[in-house]
Design a protein around this ligand. Structure first.
Ligand code: DQQ
Length: 475
């Protein structure tokens, strides 16, 4: 039976558990995406690194697992998150081994292999064997590495007990020998949680941006500020994606100089439901980062995704009124992209429902509250199954000076991602139960609105083949 909740155009492994994106790198034109993966089932445990590649950011080939725990090695209990860098023409991976948390590196067995299928762990592992002395920390993991004129720099996620999240900064001439420099940045437990997972640190728009996934907040924060003398001073803080599903993203700079980002979209249903499905976790769509004129982080889907567009329908100049007909009644599907440009006129609210049953008993509502300037994903009726989360999640989204609400909405089985023109995004997971929950409805409330343009496409699959296998232990 076809599992209609399983995404078709978001990356996920053929089966089992997947969480964070790791090791993002464009290597000789080809993009590599590694992922936290459990070959033993659809639950978090026995974490390996999965591996997949794409030439166009759209169509993926799944490859054999890249890293497995080495019995008696520093990663015997799991190969946790990390990154990839180009060290003098050879791609290198840096990641965390656990119990205790230490940092390790790996290199390709054959750097000339365009798929970089086989990896070998470095004999010097762990290359960073313990956190800095003199502080009581919670966690020491998820290295993020970049190059500066005087060497390699590594940011490691942590938290200083009773104080807040922290990033420790290290430097190395060769990725093997590391010296501790100082804290790159430290947070406040009330504002930004007690431990920061999965840091990414990047120059953007004349500033630096630090992305963190703080425990226990279960969302991703960005800090924009100044990086000077190996210290980062944040000037503003914001939420990367407030849809409730997005976590542990990582960035990479591609050959065109764009900062690309993927995040893990967590499930919104319980562990038993995940195990029954046989898969858990999906990657966000690839997105590109920028800073807005007023200094916020903007997240937008990469234009390459347009290659996935299949059959198209378009509408122009639709009048929307409370109680009026649904102009999108003919549109249905659970693999859709919908682009809207709407003038709210005197409406209080614009609502786009997707995955909607004809009687409205099931629907996921994407709502723009005009007066509040807020975008919401309302999952109150997303599923007749009482199990999945019904939490309503939203964020401020600014309209441009001409007042047009422009949204791009991606529906893919159990994934709904909403991108607003100002760079706000909301990623949600929903689990409709009815076979006919495929409808789309567009409505205004409290007044009239005008949809200048609506475009909708059926979206195809991203898979060319799937070949995930388990490497020999200790590879
Ligand atoms: N997931 C990894 C950790 C990271 C966490 C373990 C974030 O390295 O801190 O699978 O989701």
């Amino acid at each position: 039976m076809v599992d209609r909740l399983r995404p078709a155009y978001h990356f996920l492994p053929p089966s089992n558990w997947m969480n964070d994106p790791n090791g993002l790198i464009q290597w000789r034109g080809r993009y590599h995406l590694f992922d936290q993966y459990n070959p033993n089932g659809a639950f978090h445990g026995t974490i390996h690194w999965g591996h997949a590649v794409t030439d166009d950011l759209v169509h993926w080939r799944d490859l054999p697992l890249a890293l497995a725990p080495t019995p008696d090695g520093p990663d015997k209990d799991g190969v946790y998150s990390g990154c990839a860098v180009d060290r003098d023409g050879v791609p290198m991976l840096m990641y965390t081994g656990i119990r205790p948390q230490v940092q390790c590196i790996a290199e390709p067995v054959d750097p000339a292999d365009p798929d970089l299928v086989a990896w070998r762990k470095h004999p010097a592992n762990p290359v960073i064997p313990e956190p800095p002395a003199g502080v009581e920390v919670e966690g020491f993991r998820d290295p993020f590495v970049w190059r500066e004129a005087d060497g390699w720099y590594c940011a490691i996620g942590s938290g200083v007990n009773d104080v807040g999240g922290a990033i420790f900064l290290y430097r190395s001439p060769d990725l093997v020998r590391w010296e501790y420099l100082n804290e790159l940045c430290r947070g406040d437990v009330v504002e930004s949680g007690r431990m920061w997972e999965c840091p990414s640190f990047l120059p953007l728009g004349g500033k630096h941006v630090l992305l963190i996934s703080p425990i226990p907040l279960r969302k991703v924060l960005y800090l924009v500020g100044e990086y000077r003398d190996h210290r980062f001073t944040p000037e503003r803080i914001g939420i990367v994606d407030d849809g409730g599903a997005y976590y542990a993203p990582q960035v990479t700079r591609d050959e065109r100089g764009r900062w690309l980002m993927w995040g893990w979209l967590r499930e919104g249903r319980d562990v038993e439901a995940q195990k029954a499905a046989g898969w858990s976790g999906v990657m966000s769509l690839p997105t590109v980062l920028s800073l807005t004129a007023d200094g916020r982080l903007a997240v937008r889907p990469v234009p390459e995704l347009e290659a996935l567009r299949g059959p198209h329908r378009g509408w122009s100049d639709l009048d929307l009124a409370e109680g009026g007909p649904n102009p999108l009644a003919e549109l249905s599907g659970d693999r859709l992209e919908i682009a809207l440009a709407i003038e709210p006129a005197d409406a209080d609210e614009i609502g786009l429902s997707v995955l909607r049953s004809p009687d409205g008993a099931e629907e996921t509502r994407i709502v723009y509250d005009v007066a509040a300037g807020e975008l919401w994903v309302d999952r109150a009726r997303a599923s007749l199954d009482p199990g999945p989360s019904r939490e309503r999640r939203g964020a401020a989204a600014r309209l441009p000076p001409d007042g047009t609400l422009s949204l791009r909405v991606y529906v893919d089985g159990s994934v709904v991602e909403v991108f607003a023109a100002d760079g706000t995004c909301l990623s949600s997971r929903v689990y409709p139960t009815r076979g006919d929950s495929r409808g789309v409805e567009l409505r205004a409330r409290g007044g009239r609105a005008r949809a200048r343009r609506v475009d909708a496409w059926t979206i195809g699959t991203i898979w060319t083949e799937a070949a995930r296998t388990i490497p020999a232990a200790g590879s």
